[in-house]
Design a protein around this ligand. Sequence first.
Ligand SMILES: [Zn+2]
Ligand SMILES: [Zn+2]
Length: 171
Amino acid sequence: MILQPLGEVDSGLLKWLAEELEKKFGMRVTVGYGMRIPEECFNRKRNQFNSTCILMAMKVEEITLFITPEDIYAEGMNFVFGEAEINGKKAIMSFSRLKSPDFELFRQRILKESVHELGHVFGLMHCKTRGCVMNFSPSVFEVDKKSADFCEKCSKKLKYPKQSGNSWVKP
Ligand SMILES: [Zn+2]
Ligand SMILES: [Zn+2]
């Protein structure tokens, strides 16, 4: 799995996140070199990047989680924390709206939303079990309420690695 920054992301944060994801998914996570976010996905009227556009623009060979400081949205939503290709290879998460003066809280939020988007890549849909990382989070309030772990049901359903897929989920 590749953890791929799009834009400026702190290297210490990337290293920490890669290690946490390795523990969580039991697979090697490599941090990719910084890449520029595709400018054609920027919506000037909204002052946000379209996450679906970014996922479509990026070519990947193995499962890749893109992480960006930019604010992102998907059609029909004011903003999203992330988006993923279900049973596919690509996911993106933005920490633009996860910020907190409490650094530990900030990185836990990033971890939860990263695990959530990767859960979609590994075939999971949203889950209503209390505390499950696959709970849909419309705001940081819900992010803070859930854990960074899959509930028992979701853990059993996790299927990986996946080849390629083309069904999309937002967010
Ligand atoms: Zn669950
Ligand atoms: Zn989701």
